[in-house]
Design a protein around this ligand. Structure first.
Ligand SMILES: NC(=O)c1ccc[n+]([C@@H]2O[C@H](COP(=O)([O-])OP(=O)(O)OC[C@H]3O[C@@H](n4cnc5c(N)ncnc54)[C@H](OP(=O)(O)O)[C@@H]3O)[C@@H](O)[C@H]2O)c1
Length: 272
């Protein structure tokens, strides 16, 4: 259903959301459908993809969503996903790179091959999909890419060195594409979510000391929700963000803003 506010309306737009069968990707896909877009979601696990498509179609009707088996670590797979969007909907306007994996390991034990797998999924995977979609965007002279950065793009998190390195590189990739492809009518931005419990991190942050510390350092005193990240994605994809390019939108309940400031203090605990 299209929003009443045309500035945020995605009616007529087609989006490919990688990693769109769960977590933040699924949240973004739902918000896109609710704001009028048609969405193709892709990931490696086809059952999960089919389940996500049903959820999306329940929101927007049969035409609103499709699924594709996608492995972003494979060039041909990325190209096939983009082709499927064109075959199904005749165009592609938005790419959200939300496919991702987490690896927690003390850095002394981190093997090069594991580092490369994480990096390949997040960074080279985003590049592959951006290139595949970028060819279409260049022909249309219009397109929007949204990459998923992270808090670890900006501050250190312990024992996730491969993930942090990848998320730092996402910032560089986002700025490079924003700079180089704007002349083709392509805007590239990133979202840096704070901590949202999903399959990626639930074991690390739900009811753990690490999770409790994160909440103490979050002025809003809670984890985020997928729909709160999705709002940022709708904004960045919409006409309202027509002059926003190369930006990383932090959505974190104030975690970064708090730095080492007063918000950690007991007297700053949010009122219930
Ligand atoms: N949740 C957070 O707090 C948070 C914070 C900052 C940034 N992020 C970022 O947000 C993005 C989404 O994460 P999430 O929290 O929504 O986690 P999630 O629920 O685990 O979603 C990630 C998705 O990526 C897919 N995926 C993994 N490897 C893939 C590959 N090679 N090809 C295609 N799809 C692949 C997974 O599905 P399959 O296994 O079926 O392929 C999964 O559905 C990630 O980039 C993550 O780093 C998350």
């Amino acid at each position: 259903m299209a929003s009443g506010n045309k500035m945020f309306d995605l009616t007529g737009k087609v989006a490919l959301v990688t990693g769109g069968a769960s977590g933040l990707g699924l949240g973004i896909a739902k918000a896109f459908v609710q704001n009028g877009a048609k969405v193709l979601v892709g990931s490696r696990t086809i059952d999960k993809v089919e389940g996500a498509v049903k959820e999306l179609q329940a929101l927007g009707g049969d035409e609103s969503a499709g699924g594709v088996a996608l492995d972003v670590t494979n060039d041909a797979s990325a190209e096939r996903a983009v082709r499927k969007a064109i075959d199904l909907y005749g165009r592609l306007d938005i790419l959200v790179n939300s496919a991702g994996v987490m690896l927690r390991k003390p850095t002394f034990e981190l093997k090069g091959e594991d580092f490369n797998r994480v990096y390949d999924t997040h960074v080279t995977g985003s590049l592959r999909c951006a290139q595949a979609a970028g060819h279409i965007f260049r022909e249309q002279h219009s397109g929007c890419i949204i990459n998923l950065a992270s808090i670890s793009t900006f501050v250190d998190l312990i024992e996730v060195a491969a993930y942090a390195a990848a998320k730092n590189a996402i910032l560089g990739l986002t700025r490079s594409l924003a700079n180089e492809w704007a002349k083709h009518g392509i805007r590239t931005n990133a979202i840096a979510p704070g901590f949202i419990p999903t399959d990626l991190n639930r074991k690390m942050i739900e009811n753990t000391d690490r999770g409790r510390r994160i909440l103490e350092h979050t002025p809003m005193g809670r984890f985020g929700k997928a729909e709160e990240i999705a709002g940022g994605a709708v904004f960045l994809a919409s006409p309202a963000a027509g002059f926003i390019n190369g930006h990383t939108l932090v959505i974190d309940g104030g975690y970064l803003a708090s730095g080492i400031g007063d918000s950690f203090a007991p007297w700053a605990t949010p009122e219930k």
